[in-house]
Design a protein. Structure first.
Length: 268
């Protein structure tokens, strides 16, 4: 009887929604982007999140900053250049404020991925539910305990649930994508019968922030770029060494083959 009752329910109610992540496009060769991301990180993240696997002077060395530049741009408390990127907030206080202590972000990019981090940071939206203590929620991480720390830069977005593409005028969709004013989220619905449909949701800023929408998304890409670097700082050196290793192996292969021919030329 229960199976018969469930069979009469609308098929859409048994759908599973899968969000298509936005592309972060990290570029570790862009040192200017890494420097901007480092400044955003110390301004908006280090207040609660530590990066205890990294020291400030290592960041300066890798990103082409002198110790004086690090002091002027990345140190805002009593930290020293040789210190690790720890936070002063006690664990008990963090539990009281957020319910859980904020995680260390040293390897968060390796754990979550750059696209996930970018999508997460740009998809906070206004939520008037009294159960949400900070008045915001997140599309990628629903019911997250973290407040929207970048609200002063982005503003306050509103989450607008979209229709299926066949119900959306193509000209209107192209205009939205071209303007860059709204963040478009493609949501795939997999129905119980295996078929798939797509919906396009929007995040529309209803309270403006300091940055224009395009500027904000570029700033978040810089922040994610820095987090990718933070997860494995040796990448900056490893990529450069890797090129010379390949050149060395190519030359060694030629010499080894020539030596092989010389040794075996009289063997029949």
């Amino acid at each position: 009887m229960l199976a018969a009752l469930l069979a009469t329910l609308p098929v859409v109610s048994m759908a599973v929604a899968e969000l298509e992540l936005l592309e972060a496009k990290p570029d570790l060769n862009d040192k200017a982007s890494l420097q901007r991301g480092a400044r955003l990180f110390v301004n908006f993240c280090v207040s609660c999140h530590s990066a205890s696997y990294m020291r400030y002077n290592r960041i300066g060395r890798d990103l082409g900053l002198s110790d004086n530049h690090v002091r002027e741009n990345l140190l805002f408390a009593g930290d020293k250049v040789v210190d690790k990127m720890d936070v002063a907030i006690p664990t008990g206080t963090a539990n009281t404020w957020f319910g859980v202590p904020p995680p260390d972000l040293s390897v968060i990019a390796r754990a979550r991925g750059a696209d996930w981090l970018y999508s997460y940071l740009v998809t906070f939206y206004k939520d008037d539910n009294p159960a949400r203590p900070f008045g915001v929620n997140n599309v990628v991480f629903p019911e997250v305990a973290m407040p929207h720390v970048l609200w002063s830069q982005q503003g306050i977005p509103e989450y607008v649930t979209g229709d299926r593409p066949e119900n959306v005028e193509s000209d209107q969709l192209h205009a939205l994508e071209a303007s860059g004013e709204d963040i478009l989220l493609h949501r795939h619905l997999v129905l119980s019968d295996g078929s798939a449909v797509e919906a396009i949701d929007r995040l529309k800023v209803v309270q403006a922030g300091i940055m224009e929408p395009g500027q904000f998304r570029k700033a978040v890409r810089d922040l994610v770029n820095f987090l990718v670097y933070l997860g494995e700082p040796a990448q900056l050196v490893r990529y450069k060494i890797g090129i010379w290793v390949l050149v060395f192996l190519a030359v060694l292969s030629v010499l080894s083959y020539s030596l092989y021919r010389e040794y075996w030329k009289d063997v029949h």
